[in-house]
Design a protein around this ligand. Structure first.
Ligand code: LIP
Length: 268
């Protein structure tokens, strides 16, 4: 199916922003040795990328609103549409010259995500999805993995930042899922983890305390690849709670059961 005009615009904006990110990533190796470290440089790269995305998308869709990791929410004159942007998801990886991060743009229409682009500018992998039209990696159709046995499942996760909430709960979850699955992976970019679930590279993924810009594109990618997403504990929308499980229909409840068991272990 041909890409919609909105998708074409989103891909063009992401590819343009990616050129700067590729340049900045190349420069980073020179900065790793400085005492100050690359922190400020990375923040500047993040902001530059977001600015290019906003400028390009605004040019093509002047009335749409924005929700952006760096600049927050901007209301548009069109109340039904907004772009949700994470300029570099996996900033810690980027900062360490680890090429596992992505530019992520989603289009929301009347509170529903209808188009998604997640692009790793280093591997040149472009994940796209449109509501009702499937999910693709560089134009190749994606399907989630069909493994149904949790003992065979390779499962991605997040790890809370030092000092943030939910440390004990996370350790209990890790222990239970490590014992049940074939392996756990912590890649450091939720948007890529979700794209990898869509591509069947990971059988499932869970992470808590995320933001809408970490999740918006990935949720649509997973659904359009035939998978499901859920809040970790309830039936609420993960885009609202920030807690997500993504998997096929068989594995998702099995992962959720382990997360519930972890709560019991810590008495929560
Ligand atoms: C990361 C998020 C990412 C998530 C990681 C981490 P960073 O933060 O952007 O989506 O999976 O657990 O929180 O590295 O960008 O600060």
């Amino acid at each position: 199916m041909a890409a919609s005009p909105s998708m074409t615009i989103m891909i063009a904006a992401v590819r343009k922003a990616a050129r700067g990110v590729q340049r900045d990533f190349g420069e980073l190796s020179n900065l790793q040795v400085s005492v100050k470290g690359p922190g400020d440089y990375v923040t500047a790269a993040d902001k530059r990328c977001e600015k290019v995305l906003r400028t390009e998308l605004e040019k093509a869709r002047p009335g749409y609103g924005f929700l952006m990791e760096e600049s927050g929410a901007v209301k548009g004159s069109d109340p039904d549409h907004r772009f949700i942007i994470d300029p570099i998801d996996g900033t810690t990886n980027f900062m360490h010259s680890l090429p596992l991060f992505a530019i992520s743009v989603a289009l929301e229409r009347k509170n529903e995500i209808v188009a998604a682009v997640t692009y790793n500018p280093i591997s040149d992998e472009l994940f796209t999805a449109e509501k009702g039209a499937g999910a693709f990696l560089n134009n190749k159709r994606l399907r989630v993995a069909n493994r149904t046995d949790i003992h065979e499942a390779l499962v991605g996760c997040g790890i809370p930042h030092r000092g943030s909430e939910g440390q004990a709960e996370h350790r209990a979850e890790l222990a239970l899922l490590q014992a049940k699955t074939i392996g756990l992976r912590r890649l450091g970019s939720a948007t890529l983890d979700l794209a990898f679930v869509a591509a069947g590279r990971l059988d499932a993924f869970w992470e808590r305390n995320l933001h809408p810009w970490d999740l918006a594109a990935g949720v649509l990618l997973v659904r359009e690849a035939g998978g499901f997403t859920s809040d970790c504990d309830t039936d609420a929308n993960p885009l609202q709670t920030g807690n997500i499980i993504a998997a096929n229909a068989d594995l998702l409840p099995l992962i959720k059961k382990e997360l519930a068991a972890a709560k019991k272990v810590i008495g929560a």
